[in-house]
Design a protein around this ligand. Structure first.
Ligand SMILES: O=C(O)CNC(=O)[C@H](CS)NC(=O)CCC(=O)C(=O)O
Length: 306
């Protein structure tokens, strides 16, 4: 160190020097609401997928995230979905609840094969687990993907999945979250209900979008949902090839209520997490300056056509 002959530092220097510490003091008071979004390539192996989720959750917790978002099919993807479906208190869910408790982190389990009311149909269920490992709430996918994807194949989710019937929000340390899954993204009414009737602040859209539809629609739909509902959107994605005949479109994203992408995992074969800090003042600011909640006219939209 060359202190000898060094000038006594003036006040501006001292302020500059210590500003980071002063800023940290105020930051400590307004606690950061850090969230993590995961991206992965699930396969038809429950243990291998769990190991991936466990590794990513440990990383998210280590980075100070309060909520970890895993994609649809985080625990399993494959033709045997129906036969591996379990009850909510089955061994698969128990293991993931234990993971949340171990790392003291909330986990959005984006799409779990929940045993249905008969042997032919399960539910595609998004489960929110709190940091003590308790199931806070669950949402059963409402819109089933019965679609002829151009240049790909015909999907018929309703052949083995029953539709959910309830709109679900939950209060969490990161704010009020609205739960949805994948193909739901194409139905704006659901998100309008989540925002305008149930007061969601953060919309969760865990997915396993097809490569073809994802390339065409994924990001523009997600940003639209964020903008038109003035909510954060957290979209955990499956990516890459799961098997010979199934491939998903990546780019896990976190989008702020102005529609800006604040975190992105690019669509390569990346298995990782990315973080963002939720800022509730951005939600309030966007909503106050552009009060669409007051300007919308459900009285007109819902008028019957005569
Ligand atoms: O089949 C499973 O194992 C779990 N379910 C899914 O992955 C579902 C139904 S096949 N996929 C989608 O909803 C894709 C939507 C989509 O790609 C779009 O809307 O464009």
């Amino acid at each position: 160190m060359r202190l000898i002959g060094h000038k006594t530092p003036g006040l501006p220097f001292l302020l500059r020097r210590f500003r980071p510490y002063l800023c940290n003091c105020t930051m400590a008071q307004t606690k950061k609401i850090r969230v993590a979004v995961a991206q992965m390539t699930s396969i038809n192996d429950i243990d291998a997928n769990f190991d991936t989720c466990a590794r990513l959750t440990e990383k998210a917790a280590g980075e100070g995230a309060m909520l970890m978002c895993l994609p649809e099919c985080f625990s399993f993807i494959g033709a045997e979905s129906l036969s591996i479906a379990e009850d909510m208190d089955g061994p698969i869910m128990l293991r993931y609840c234990e993971l949340a408790r171990k790392w003291n982190i909330w986990i959005s389990l984006g799409g779990f094969q929940e045993k249905g009311e008969n042997d032919k149909h399960m539910f595609n269920t998004h489960v929110l687990v709190d940091d003590l490992g308790n199931i806070k709430t669950k949402y059963r996918k409402i819109h089933l993907f019965d679609v002829d994807v151009p240049g790909n194949k015909i999907f018929k989710e309703s052949a083995f999945t029953a539709s959910g019937t309830d709109i679900i929000v939950a209060d969490s340390p990161v704010g009020r979250v609205g739960l949805t899954i994948c193909y739901d993204l194409r139905f704006p009414e659901l998100y309008h209900q989540l925002r305008f009737q149930h007061h969601a602040q953060i919309l969760l859209v865990p997915s396993a979008f097809t490569k073809i539809t994802g390339q065409a629609h994924w990001e523009v739909l997600l940003r639209t949902r964020a903008i038109e509902n003035q909510c954060y959107v957290i979209a955990a994605a499956q990516t890459g090839k799961h098997s010979e005949n199934r491939e998903s479109y990546g780019d896990s994203l976190i989008i702020d209520p102005w529609g800006t992408v604040v975190a992105r995992l690019p669509d390569r074969l990346t298995t990782d997490i990315v973080l963002a800090d939720i800022d509730p003042s951005i939600i309030d600011d966007v909503r106050t300056k552009m009060p669409i909640c007051e300007h919308r006219r459900p009285d007109i939209y819902e008028k019957k056509k005569d």
